[in-house]
Design a protein around this ligand. Structure first.
Ligand code: SF4
Ligand code: SF4
Length: 305
């Protein structure tokens, strides 16, 4: 029906007006009883979620207590536990800021940049309180402030906040965002514990690696001894095979001599293998000399000399 939305809206407004007076009637003498805190000579009024109706606040003499998740302009945290800025000037917040109202100058030492901001600016007239910078900061270094009373006659420089104006101690943030602060502290403690365990595991792995490297460095002596024994056995086997082959070729006594030589080589200790081979060679030469002499004598006898 035409105008039904308008009537619905008016109905809601009337309901609020009615609730206000009903609530006033119930809460005598003052509907603000127990909801008022005094802060900096000023009444801060908190309206519970259960309360119905319109809450009148005499601003600026009074002001409402904003909920924890209220956000306005970012603030930078100074960690009073470590006495350092949490910000590392990584620049992620400046990159993700949709209206590009953050700019950062990294600090330098001995010509090298260090993970700390020398300058940090936020243009409050451009910031749209989206909280992207907070969501993306990997170091919990930037959070949203509740301070919304920033009116000024001059935009520059009054509303371009520098690092000193943006920085607040950790306790300030803890008071403004108690639930979120507690959850973050718990998460940070768990991460620190996990990091400590990782470091311990890495140290244990490094120690095991070092021990294995030392054991490997000590191993070559034993390995060399083993390979020396293997080589001696191989030489023995070859000498026996060579002796057997010679015996087969020479036959008879030379075979016995060669076999004896081979056996001698085979029986020789690893260190005497070379000597045994030399002895076998000498025996072979002697055998050849003897055969040559016999052949020469035989030829002379045939010739009748
Ligand atoms: S506030 Fe966070 S995201 Fe931004 S520069 Fe500092 S550490 Fe990086
Ligand atoms: S709240 Fe949003 S607009 Fe404001 S500085 Fe952070 S990212 Fe930029």
């Amino acid at each position: 029906m035409f105008g039904s939305g308008l009537l619905k809206g008016l109905g809601i407004t009337l309901k609020h007006v009615r609730d206000t007076f009903t609530d006033d009637a119930q809460k005598t003498p003052s509907r603000y009883e127990g909801m008022v805190e005094q802060a900096a000579n000023r009444r801060v009024i908190k309206q519970p979620l259960s309360q119905e109706g319109i809450l009148t606040v005499q601003y600026p003499e009074e002001k409402r207590l904003v909920p924890e998740r209220f956000r306005y302009i970012p603030m930078l945290l100074f960690d009073t536990e470590t006495n350092e800025d949490r910000c590392t000037a990584c620049g992620i917040c400046a990159k993700v800021c949709p209206p590009q109202c953050i700019w950062i100058v990294r600090d330098m030492k001995d010509g090298k940049s260090i993970p700390r901001p020398a300058e940090f600016f936020i243009d409050a007239t451009v910031c749209m309180s989206c909280s992207f910078c907070v969501e993306f900061c990997p170091f919990d270094a930037i959070k949203m402030n509740h301070d919304y009373e920033l009116a000024s006659f001059e935009r520059y420089p009054n509303l371009v906040y520098d690092k000193a104006e943006l920085t607040v101690p950790l306790e300030y943030y803890a008071a403004l965002w108690p639930t979120q602060f507690a959850a973050e502290q718990k998460r940070r403690a768990e991460e620190a514990e996990a990091e400590r365990q990782r470091a311990e595991q890495k140290a244990a792995a490094d120690a095991a690696k070092k021990a294995a490297a030392e054991a490997k460095a000590a191993a070559p002596a034993a390995g060399a001894a083993t390979s020396g024994a293997d080589r001696a056995a191989e030489l023995k086997r070859k000498a026996q095979e060579a002796a057997a082959a010679r015996a087969a070729a020479a036959g008879g006594e030379s075979a016995a001599a060669a076999e004896a030589a081979g056996d001698a080589i085979a029986a020789a200790p690893a260190a005497a293998v070379d000597d045994a081979e030399a002895a076998a060679k000498k025996a072979r030469i002697e055998e050849m000399k003897r055969k040559a002499q016999e052949a020469a004598a035989k030829r002379k006898a045939e010739a009748g000399e």
